[in-house]
Write a protein of this length. Structure first.
Length: 73
């Protein structure tokens, strides 16, 4: 299983599935990250937390723990 954490800076991926439950999953979906959406990784902090991404033309930041919940292809 490949997650958003595995995508290098500058890489793009398509969301395959969202894992997790409750508030974490709802938070991810509220940011517009749903199945079939293309995500580009723009920056990653030196320790990997947070990750800056572009989704649907918007710049967003994600925590490393939340990025593990997003399965990509």
């Amino acid at each position: 299983m490949t997650t958003l954490n595995d995508i290098p800076v500058g890489g793009t991926a398509i969301v395959k599935k969202l894992h997790g439950e409750g508030p974490v999953r709802r938070h991810i979906m509220d940011m517009g990250i749903t199945k079939g959406v293309r995500i580009q990784v723009c920056k990653m902090a030196p320790l990997g937390d947070p990750i800056e991404i572009t989704v649907r033309g918007y710049q967003l930041t994600l925590r490393k723990a939340d990025a593990k919940q997003i399965e990509v292809e």
